[in-house]
Ligand binder design. Structure first.
Ligand code: FAD
Length: 500
């Protein structure tokens, strides 16, 4: 069956990201795209922190960065600061970008470890430009500095997700996507094939299609309620299942820092996402160890200013749909699965989902090869991210609450146990199967949470210590120069993309 009409159900971040990206397929083709959404149901609208591939997603759509950031009150993000995770009082930054660069044939953190054994006691953070810029509250792209000896700056954005969805709506409608307001009441399946044939709206109107993209959020209206795809529950590894979100003013008049903050509490953690005009805040927690009132009180007591809305309470089950593409339905966003926003990966998974959909889609029809490939790759992506998130909870010395005692002592996937053991013994991190998180990411979180390297790649021992020290000096010097010449983040925003 050829694909002439794609129907996207749901208009949150997932729905409009899908609509915007798919709208580019229309050029020169007979392809209709309809997006159905219900204003009365609304969106989750709290997804605000992103990671660097999101910058590429916007570039792919040829979106003007400054225009988009102004429209969504966006700021730049250089990484995430984790507070109180390894122990209370601890703090480290998981930066975008790498520590140093490869010297000889081994990764930088091996060289750094070797240099330490020869008396160089500098912390690894001074060799990462994003970390240093974050500490000093500065931002500028290296590209704007007219020097080619400086490291590039890797960044992402903090955005107001609701405004971003609105921005993409304008983009997609301009390119021929038709938006249809209405609540879906019924889903009709084909008698033999079991495919979705059409959806019926509250108004009685029927919308038929060839391929359906389920972006209906946690409901999973098509993928679960109609097709009963099933869900893999990962709560035993990631026990948080509630969140309370509450934006606030920054009362002290400070500018937005160029990083997200994730502060661990007794039964979960709190996010702070700085936008130009306010901070997004939320507390992710586990209801077996804390109730909603206590979680809200902790959040309110640890915010930078007065709330600008009422607390928004959300429930979720961490895990993934058994199939992301089932029959002629592809699930994107919250309908595909959910992992807490600790590493800002949800919007990223929408990005990779829609990119994979476009890459595997043939308008001549849907095949098992497309579906199976999509499901296999997406499943692996989810699992790799899952393991990285579990690391944050498991690699802790915290014993001050039942929640942390559970996380510290729980059994974790074998893949993660092996990754930790290998790093501890040899400093080695293998980035397997195109996984999202880099060696620097794993090393930053492991070292930041108290997993020390006992050894390093033996090849690092073949380096000349004096020469290595000079190279490290050069890296540190160029990062210091770069950061000293950057404007304050707030000043950069004011000149480049002041919020509208
Ligand atoms: P939703 O926003 O729920 O949209 C669902 C859409 O479906 C709506 O338009 C609704 O109208 C429509 N709909 C539903 N049922 C019907 C029906 N019957 N008829 C018609 N329309 C219907 N991600 C990040 O990347 N970074 C973060 O910092 C981050 N923080 C988060 C914090 C929390 C607490 C949560 C819960 C999520 C967070 N996320 C984050 C995830 C992010 O919010 C979502 O991935 C993203 O917003 C996508 O949501 P969605 O579009 O899938 O669903």
């Amino acid at each position: 069956m050829t694909i002439e009409h794609i129907v996207i159900v749901g208009g949150g971040t997932a729905g409009w990201m899908a609509a915007a990206a798919l709208s580019r397929l229309r050029a020169g083709r007979e392809l209709a795209i309809t997006l159905v959404e219900s204003e009365s149901i609304g969106t989750v609208g709290v997804g605000e922190a992103t990671i660097p591939p999101f910058v590429e997603f916007n570039q792919l759509l040829e979106i003007d960065e400054a225009e988009m950031l102004a429209a969504v009150q966006g700021t730049f993000k250089l990484g995430i600061q984790f507070r109180n995770w390894g122990r209370q009082g601890d703090s480290y930054i998981h930066p975008f970008g790498n520590y140093g660069y490869q010297i000889g044939s081994v990764g930088f953190h091996h060289v750094w470890h070797h240099a330490r054994a020869h008396g160089d006691k500098r912390p690894i953070q001074v060799f990462n430009a994003e970390t240093m810029a974050a500490y000093f509250g500065r931002f500028q792209r290296t590209q704007g500095m007219d020097r080619d000896d400086l490291p590039p700056i890797n960044y992402a954005y903090h955005i107001d997700a609701s405004r971003y969805a609105g921005f993409l709506r304008r983009y997609a409608e301009k390119r021929g996507v038709v938006r249809q307001e209405g609540r879906v009441e019924d889903v009709a399946l084909h008698g033999d094939r079991g495919d979705v044939v059409s959806i019926r709206l509250e108004s009685g109107e029927v919308v038929a299609g060839d391929l359906f993209v389920d972006c209906t959020g946690f409901r999973g209206l098509l993928i679960e309620q109609a097709l009963e795809t099933g869900y893999e529950d990962w709560t035993h590894w990631l026990p948080c299942n509630r969140a309370v979100a509450l934006p606030c003013h920054r009362d002290d008049g400070s500018g937005p820092p160029p990083f997200t903050v994730a502060t661990a509490h007794a039964a979960g953690w709190q996010w702070q996402v700085p936008l130009q005009h306010r901070n997004g805040n939320g507390h992710v927690y586990c209801d077996a160890y804390m109730d909603a009132d206590e979680a809200t009180d902790i959040l309110m007591a640890n915010m930078a200013g007065k709330p600008t809305a009422e607390p928004n309470h959300l429930r979720f089950v961490t895990g993934r749909r058994r199939l992301f593409w089932n029959r002629n339905v592809v699930a994107l966003g919250l309908s595909a699965g959910f992992m807490e926003p600790l590493e800002s990966t949800s919007i990223h998974l929408i990005n990779t989902g829609v990119t994979k959909l476009i890459a595997t889609l043939s308008l001549d029809g849907i095949t098992d090869a497309q579906r199976n490939t999509f499901n296999r790759i997406t499943g692996r992506e989810y699992e790799k991210i899952r393991d990285f998130l579990i690391l944050h909870y498991h690699a802790t010395a915290r014993d001050d609450s039942e929640f942390w005692n559970y996380c510290r002592t729980m059994s974790v996937p074998d893949s993660l146990t092996e990754k930790i053991a290998l790093f501890r013994d040899t400093g080695q991190i293998f980035r397997e199967e195109d996984e999202l998180f880099t060696e620097t990411s794993w090393a930053a979180v492991m070292m930041g949470q108290g997993i020390a390297m006992r050894g390093h790649n033996a090849l690092a021992d073949t380096l000349d210590p004096a020469k290595t020290r000079k190279e490290l000096d050069e890296i540190e010097k160029s990062i210091r120069f770069l950061v000293q010449h950057m404007p304050a983040h707030a000043d950069f925003l004011a000149g480049y993309c002041p919020g509208t």
